[in-house]
Design a binder for this molecule. Structure first.
Ligand code: BDR
Ligand code: CA
Length: 303
């Protein structure tokens, strides 16, 4: 199985991504760290713990950064609810994070492996701090498959996507780290909407289907007619089914100030950076295959 480490801010689509990762035999989740983003870090940490407990797994969970490196913190509770995971009662008994901070836990978990894939689905604050403090981890990371960014317009401003907009300075550090990055941005995630027909079938697929249905029907991204974007789930789907994506190698820069703050700017023509690239950008997806895979995966989960 592919060894992965997730760094997330659940968040309804993060919760769906964690659900898919924890239950797939081809993925071996070594650690999940939490970061402030959709809601505060105490809540995102609790939400990761709720999911690990729901699936009765013993994956370690560590709490990370409470705020971006420089920019003031702003949550997205208007999209994901006050708790970050509304619409399902996970109970109060879901345990505690490990004593290590996210940066320490990431360092130890990465150095313990020859090669691991990092999957960030929140802002990249923990990862930027990790790379500054422990640059030696970089050579142990096979690639970073990151949800965030866009080369075709934003969801926070006309040019900026939420995860990058939340902590643009961290995103700039990650994109300039030299570690290979797959950018899973709005260019594909806004195309891969979970359709109303897919969502309608979830409650019949067991407790996991009921849980996801509860969350998704409380999700203010997308709507009942068009369906809902499962942004973060695309990272997991990409790892398992890269053939469903069209990608292009590009150089991606991040705007850290000014009116375009949080924008990912790609050197689409390859001219400015002399043909050098730092990311594989997902530019298209088979959204029908995504919907079919999503349902089939939930159906396979025993709970
Ligand atoms: C990203 O922003 C968050 O609200 C979602 O969880 C996703 O990671 C989409 O822009
Ligand atoms: Ca997220």
């Amino acid at each position: 199985a592919l060894k992965i480490i997730m760094d997330s801010d659940p968040g309804i689509d993060d919760a769906a991504a964690i659900t898919m990762a924890l239950n797939n035999p081809n993925l071996d989740v070594k650690l999940i760290t939490a970061v402030a983003g959709n809601v505060t870090v105490d809540k995102t940490t609790a939400n990761v713990l709720k999911l690990v407990h729901f699936f009765d797994q013993d994956v370690p969970v560590a709490a990370g950064a409470a705020e971006p490196l420089i920019k003031p913190f702003e949550d997205a509770a208007r999209i994901h609810g006050e708790s970050g995971m509304p619409g399902y009662d996970f109970g109060d008994d879901y345990g505690q994070p490990i004593a290590k901070t996210a940066v320490e836990a990431l360092h130890d978990a990465i150095m313990a492996e020859d090669e691991v894939t990092l999957v960030p689905t929140g802002s990249y604050t923990n990862i930027a701090l990790l790379f500054k403090q422990y640059p030696e981890v970089k050579s142990h990371i096979k690639q970073i498959v990151a949800m965030g960014g866009s080369i075709s317009g934003g969801n926070m401003t006309s040019v900026a996507e939420f995860n990058v907009f939340t902590d643009p300075d961290a995103a700039a550090i990650m994109y300039n780290s030299g570690v290979p990055i797959v950018m899973v941005g709005l260019d594909v995630t806004l195309k891969a909407l979970l359709t109303p027909a897919t969502i309608e079938q979830l409650p019949a697929l067991g407790e996991t289907g009921k849980m996801l249905h509860g969350l998704i029907t409380h999700y203010n991204d997308g709507n009942e007619e068009s369906g809902h974007p499962m942004h973060d789930v695309n990272t997991i789907y990409y790892l398992l089914h890269p053939e469903s994506y069209t990608t292009k190698e590009m150089w991606v820069d991040v705007q850290t100030s000014g009116p375009a703050i949080g924008a990912t700017v790609a050197d689409v023509r390859g001219a400015y950076h002399d043909g050098k690239t730092n990311a594989k950008v997902c530019v298209d997806i088979d959204d029908k295959a995504f919907n079919e895979w999503f349902l089939a995966e939930v159906e396979k989960i025993e709970k």
